[in-house]
Structures are given as C-alpha cells and as structure tokens.
Design a protein around this ligand. Structure first.
Ligand SMILES: [Zn+2]
Length: 424
C-alpha cells in the first residue's frame, strides 16, 4: 500500500465520525437550518490543522434572512509555494426527510459498513471524503506547492443562489484551476456535466360564473385541458425523437424530457383546517408549471419556441383561448471536455485505486457545476464522489464506508497528480 493509501486507511474511524457528525447537524433546506453550525463545525476542524477558514454569508441571496442566514465556508491550505489550485466543493444542505424511514434520519447510524441518514449520500459522505483526502495529503506533504480549497456551500438543493452562485459572483473561483464536486455519482464514474433546464408557468384564462351555469362563464381548466391534450398529441412524441450524444444516465434521460410539476385551477386550496365545502365556480385561471430538460444539442430559444408554437396553434383553433407564459428558471447544459486536466487526472486515479477504467456520465439534473461554469467561467470541473445517486432524497439514505475510503483515495491521488512536485 502506498503512503497516501495508508494515510487514508488510518483515518477510517475519523471518516466515519466526521460523516456521522455532519449528518447529525440537520441542515434542512427549505428553510435553510443550521447552516452556520455546520460551517463552524468544519471551520473548527480545519483551522486546528492550519487551514485558513472564511465564513461567508450570502447576504441578499434568495432565502437569506435573519432567521435562516445563508452561510458558506471556504477553507484553504496554502504553504506559500506557487502552483495550481484544486478546489473541492460540496453543498451542506439536505432535502426534507419525507416518509418511510426505518432509521433515525439524523442519527448517523453505522450498520454493516453503511452510514444512514438524510444527506449521507447527497452529499455529506462526499464532503467528508474530500476532507479526509485533503487532510491525508497535507499530512504527508505539508509544504505542497499551490493551494487546496474545500468549500461547504448552501442551498444547492434550491438552486445554489445562496451558495456557489454567490461565491462565484464574488470572485471565489477566479484563482481556481480545478474543481471536484463530490456529488454521489459513484466512486468509479466521472460526471462531466448536466442537461439544461427550463421552467415556465403557463396560465390559461377564462371567465368566472356560477358552477350551476357554466355556459355563462368560460372555464380556464377546460382550456388547460386542451393544452395538456395537445402536449400528449404532439409535444411528448416530438421530445421522444430527440436524443443526445451526451453520456446521460439513466438511459431514459438521454431523450429530452418534460414534466408537469404542478397544476392548479379554480379557487385556492382551503387548507387542512377548513371543514366547509368549496363554492361552485367556473375557474377563471388555471396554471401549470412545466419542467423541460434539454440536451446540449438543443438551443434554449428553440426549446421555448416549441412550446409557444404549440400554444399559438391551439389559439388559432380554439375559441376564446388566451394564455400567458412566464419564464421561471433556466440553466444551459454544461459538459466538461474528456481531455480536461481534472478529468484525466481523476480517470487515472480511479484506474489506480479500483483497477478498472473510469466511466463517464452526465447528470439528468443540474447541480452547482452550472454556476462554476457560467458565473465562475471555469470549465475544468467535474462531479466525482461516493454514494449511489438513486438513494439521494430517498428514505433510509446511506453511504458506504468503503466507497468513501476508495473515493478519498482517488481524490488524494488527484491532489498528488496536480500538485505533483509535492513529492520532490
Ligand atoms: Zn447533491
């Protein structure tokens, strides 16, 4: 076993404890709980080993408020020798617990080589692995050239505006050369990027009337029915014909997709405490939110045109049909080149640690790479980390201890490769 591997192996118990401690801080988003606690916990650990730690609040970012401030940590290790900068970025927020758990979601229970809890795989296990990797490397080569950075950032699960987007907008990646985001893509795969996203709200209009005389009004819900019908007839079949050359996983996500995230028409939900009956009315408004995921081969303007052309087609045929469409959120697809330095270095490390060739994938959904690419203007970025993607956001989420150790070894080897003359 080489010296780095040994350094990591001796940290097995430390890695387990670190992961458990992180899980036991319930950084739920929404609303954005205990962000400062997790940043302070990590800062205390890293500062005690000579890392410079900066706590940065994303003031004014969406969601930032006195009750739930958006705190981020950026820690760096720099021995004062010039060289490259390698940055590990993990989000510290986790999604709601949901139902169906048989383990304590914030207990960090260790059982048969797995650590359980909300965020175990997405992505506190990855965060812990990158910390162990960096600490092991620094222990062996305290005078390494260049700079190692570890960030723990807010709000990835809600768009990353109070986290990586804020940091990138304030120049945090200006000096960074390589980024690894330890999202749970599995220890033998490199994730090069993600598909694009367009969210929009479509609203159909009608005229309110008494529900007993619907002919006196005009139902926005029936108009929306026509929209949904047309989607089934023309839009969904069209999306099925579009297929990407990107190595997107799972297989179904190689096609363009569209989900209807929500639908609402008529009077507002009366709430759980209300025991009366709703009033009979013809709905004068109906809204849906569409979530269109698009491919690197597609153009966002064209993606939008497909939907507006469909709506315009309905308008010419359907009496009194009127609608509005509003953009809500958009992300351009991002894909790092396979020849990028961080990709090649990680692929070589995977082969050395696991004895097999690295797989290359693209994520069906987006993650913080979008901000590093667009705002930080840095293409040399991948997602690589332990954990099974399918377990993310599920009940009884877990991360495997051996997977974390293996990917920590890979990450440490990447440091060794990029900050190479550390050995000399
Ligand atoms: Zn994640």
């Amino acid at each position: 076993m080489d010296a780095l591997a040994l350094e990591i192996e001796t940290r097995r118990d430390d890695l387990i404890r670190l992961t458990q401690d992180l899980i036991r801080i319930p950084t739920l988003n929404p609303p954005g709980r205990q962000y400062l606690d997790i940043c302070e916990y990590l800062a205390a650990r890293l500062a005690s080993q000579g890392w410079e730690c900066r706590l940065i609040r994303a003031e004014g970012a969406p969601g930032d408020c006195e009750e739930f401030p958006r705190w981020n940590l950026v820690a760096s290790h720099d021995a004062g020798r010039s060289g490259e900068c390698v940055h590990f970025n993990s989000h510290h927020d986790v999604v709601e617990v949901g139902h169906g758990w048989t383990r304590d979601p914030f207990g960090g229970e260790l059982d048969a080589g797995r650590i359980y809890g909300r965020g175990a795989c997405d992505m506190k296990g990855g965060l812990a692995s990158s910390i162990i990797a960096a600490e092991a490397f620094v222990a062996l080569y305290p005078d390494h050239p260049g700079r190692i950075e570890i960030s723990a950032t807010a709000d990835e699960e809600s768009g990353g505006f109070g986290g990586v987007a804020y940091l990138a907008g304030h120049g945090a990646f200006a000096h960074v050369g390589h980024v690894i985001i330890p999202e749970p893509l599995h220890k033998d795969r490199i994730c090069l990027g993600h598909r694009g996203v367009w969210w929009a709200e479509i609203e159909t209009h009608g005229r309110i009337a008494h529900g007993s005389m619907p002919f006196l009004g005009d139902s926005a819900i029936r108009h929306m029915g026509a929209v949904l019908d047309e989607m089934e007839r023309s839009l969904f079949p069209l999306l099925k014909t579009k297929r990407t050359e990107m190595p997107v996983i799972p297989e179904g996500a190689k096609n363009s997709t569209l989900n209807i995230n929500s639908i609402h028409g008529g009077e507002a939900d009366l709430g759980p405490g209300f025991t009366g009956l709703p009033a009979p009315c013809v709905a004068d408004r109906c809204r849906i939110v569409i979530d269109r995921r698009f491919l690197i081969e597609e153009d966002l303007a064209e993606v939008k045109r497909e939907v507006t052309a469909m709506l315009e087609g309905i308008r010419t045929e359907r009496p009194n049909f009127s609608y509005e469409i509003r953009d809500m959120f958009e992300v351009i697809p991002s894909m790092t080149d396979r020849d990028a330095p961080v990709v090649r270095s990680t692929a070589a490390a995977i082969e050395r640690v696991l004895g097999r060739e690295a797989g290359y994938v693209v994520s069906p959904g987006t993650y913080d790479q979008k901000h590093i690419d667009r705002i930080g203007k840095l293409k040399n970025c991948i997602a690589y980390g332990p954990g099974v993607l399918d377990l993310a956001h599920q009940p009884d989420e877990w991360v495997g201890v051996q997977d974390m150790l293996d990917s920590a070894r890979v990450m440490a080897l990447v440091l060794d490769d990029i900050l190479r003359d550390a050995r000399g």
